[in-house]
Design a protein around this ligand. Sequence first.
Ligand SMILES: CC(C)(COP(=O)(O)OP(=O)(O)OC[C@H]1O[C@@H](n2cnc3c(N)ncnc32)[C@H](O)[C@@H]1OP(=O)(O)O)[C@@H](O)C(=O)NCCC(=O)NCCS
Length: 179
Amino acid sequence: MSAAEVLAVRFPDGFRLERLEREHPRKNFHCGEPEVDDWLRSKALQHQNKRLSVSKVLLDDVGAIAGFYTLATGQVDFSDLPPEETKRLPRRALPVAVLAWLGVSLDHQGSGLGRRLLAQALRDCWEAGQTFAFVAVILDALNDDAKAFYQRWDFAELPGHPYRLFLSFARLDEMQTGS
Ligand SMILES: CC(C)(COP(=O)(O)OP(=O)(O)OC[C@H]1O[C@@H](n2cnc3c(N)ncnc32)[C@H](O)[C@@H]1OP(=O)(O)O)[C@@H](O)C(=O)NCCC(=O)NCCS
């Protein structure tokens, strides 16, 4: 993913990104992973209302949910990060941004929406990181396919946690600023 792409995430004409609301037709969302569908259908709004996470939905031209992502905050232990990432960090729990969920509906997969949603989620993280500091974005990949999808964009495995991936804030900053 290039810096320019992260800076200016453009969705195709007719698509719009909105913060999840009760009126959005989330019960009809199918991305092929029941766990992801179930999150959006029955938990995402509750968690948002409790201020545990925020979800954004990409609506298509008829108002159906074409995709979504959920962001939250979290912590990882100092010892969970690779030594090269922690050289100058204190030995304690460290704040992270969490890309908790991402999905694209089956009828829209393969048309670049997942890549754009990931870019927008990372942009949201970067913007939040100007005000609330964190050392990395982390996520738990559901399976090998999802892991391969994220690894294309510089997410790396946490040592000893093959499905937990991270992107350092320094790398995110490079993507955003091109420096
Ligand atoms: C993973 C997912 C979000 C990808 O969305 P998508 O809209 O189909 O992806 P895109 O069309 O933007 O594809 C972007 C690139 O990633 C690749 N890609 C897409 N899905 C992939 C997968 N499962 N594994 C590896 N690479 C993948 C595409 O080939 C494409 O490459 P290209 O740019 O060279 O053509 C979507 O398949 C999905 O919702 N899956 C089910 C839920 C899930 O696994 N979510 C992630 C874990 S929470």
